[in-house]
Design a binder for this molecule. Sequence first.
Ligand SMILES: [Ca+2]
Length: 102
Amino acid sequence: MDKSNPPALPLAVAAILGVFDKHASKGGDPTKLSVAEAKELIREQMGPMCEEAKNQPDVTQILQSMDFDGDGEMDIMEFMTFLTCYACACYGKVCEMKGRRK
Ligand SMILES: [Ca+2]
């Protein structure tokens, strides 16, 4: 493996897990994001992009729709599902900007 050019995906996953852990471990169950922790994470990580959106997302509504087990918190699987939806939306925007079909 070329150490000067490490693969991007393991680094991206590590970054995602680091962000999740940083926010989830602030209080309560350190393996889950409370609503307050999730809101702070979204504001910190996605705030500028959300502010540019015409229809700003209702974060509470997003969190409720991603809380599949209904425990009022977001575990890593729920968070990754949320992130997948976010990544797909970003990919759609990139395709649109490049004039590509998805
Ligand atoms: Ca949950």
